[in-house]
Design a protein around this ligand. Structure first.
Ligand SMILES: [Zn+2]
Length: 375
């Protein structure tokens, strides 16, 4: 059911009622909303405007499936609002989402959220994991990189997420493997790699990149994947857990796929970080509605322990782009700009010294977690 001209909403706003569980607010930009759809033809000089308008219209009809959820960690239905009416600041797809904190255990989640059947609408082809490629770098860049990473490396060891396998124990599974950039780096270090990736195009690209049988990349959600018990020595999950509808169930599956003593390495945004508290709804790591859960040190530890893991190490992840990304979101909000997010390299380099200095003293926007399946 569609109602027009809702009180207190911007002109031309529509409210779609979806069953009894949730409401989806579609807010076309006021500048374009007065135009009839047929006049919104793609214009060769305007890369985003026309595309977004048409896509919003199609999404308007297709995303009719939002849901409310109970906490995946403790099952409690009650939660308190942290941020109200957050928007998709990366792709500007429609919908307003609250970020709430579970009254039972403190785990933060996005609510309402797109259902598992409709979440793919929020991953357009330009989504970063589908487009990631390794860039060629010069010697000078490599030197600069080593220098800025030094404070972090001295305190936490390597800043890179890749490392060599120990003898013969080299079976790796990467969850959310995207176009396979990470798998390729690990394969080159001697790992026997497999992946899980919900996007079929990205998965095909990964198989091509790795020159392996496409079956080595499972196409689908991790909740649907099946592997024999104890099949892996290492499972990695880089910025994927927060995208899942049931991360607890996923962690329980990963636990069973690891051999006893096998290692799980996770990277994920840190909702309790200083960066998150400073930028609030404009924090780059919030990324609603793709991020369905928002973990902090305590909540990720609690969930891993419930899934059967022993947590060995929780440190800030070396990731210098969330600070500049948050600054970019803030600038966009101040000037009212609603264009698809593109990483700005000048902004990245402007904030690199500050970001790396903060990482050196343990302040970052993401976590690097190591956990082990008990022997
Ligand atoms: Zn809870």
């Amino acid at each position: 059911m569609i109602r027009h001209d809702v009180a207190d909403a911007p002109p031309k706003a529509c409210v779609v009622e979806i069953g009894k569980v949730a409401e989806l607010y579609v807010l076309p930009s006021p500048r374009r909303s007065a135009e009839p759809l047929k006049r919104r033809r793609p214009h060769p000089d305007r890369k985003y405007g026309a595309f977004i308008s048409i896509r919003r219209k199609s999404l308007f009809w297709r995303v009719a499936d939002f849901e409310r959820s109970n906490c995946t960690l403790c099952g409690a239905p009650d939660a308190s609002i942290v941020y109200r009416n957050c928007r998709d600041r990366r792709h500007w797809l429609p919908g307003l989402f609250d970020v709430v904190r579970c009254d039972g255990c403190g785990l933060v989640r996005t609510d309402p959220r797109p259902s598992a059947a409709s979440i793919a609408e929020y991953y357009p082809p330009s989504y970063v994991s589908f487009t990631a490629e390794l860039s060629r770098t010069s010697v000078w860049y490599a030197v600069l990189r080593s220098v800025v990473r030094l404070p972090y490396v001295l305190r936490y060891g390597s800043a890179d997420p890749w490392f060599r396998p120990s003898n013969r124990r080299n079976r790796l599974l990467d969850i959310g493997s995207g176009t396979g950039v990470y798998l390729e780096a690990m394969a080159n270090l001697g790992w026997s790699v497999r992946g899980v990736e919900p996007d079929a195009v990205a998965a095909a690209r990964a198989a091509e990149r790795l020159r392996v049988d496409p079956h080595r990349i499972f196409v689908g959600r991790v909740e649907e994947a099946e592997f024999p018990p104890g099949a892996f020595d290492l499972v990695t999950m880089g910025h994927a857990l927060e995208h899942l509808h049931d991360p607890r169930r996923a962690l329980e599956k990963l636990h069973s796929w690891l051999r006893p003593g096998g290692v799980l390495r996770l990277w994920l945004p840190d909702f309790e970080s200083l960066e998150s508290r400073v930028f609030r709804q404009l924090w780059f790591g919030l990324d609603v509605p793709r991020h369905l859960y928002h973990f902090g040190r305590n909540t990720i530890r609690a969930m891993l322990e419930i899934a059967g893991f022993r947590v060995e190490r929780v440190v800030p992840q070396y990731q210098a782009n969330t600070l500049s990304g948050s600054v970019r979101h803030t600038v966009d909000a101040l000037i009212g700009r609603e264009v698809e997010f593109r990483e700005s390299m000048p902004l990245y380099y402007a904030f690199l010294p500050l970001a790396t200095m903060l990482l050196g003293v343990g302040i970052g926007g993401a976590l690097d977690v190591t956990a082990r399946r008990s022997a």
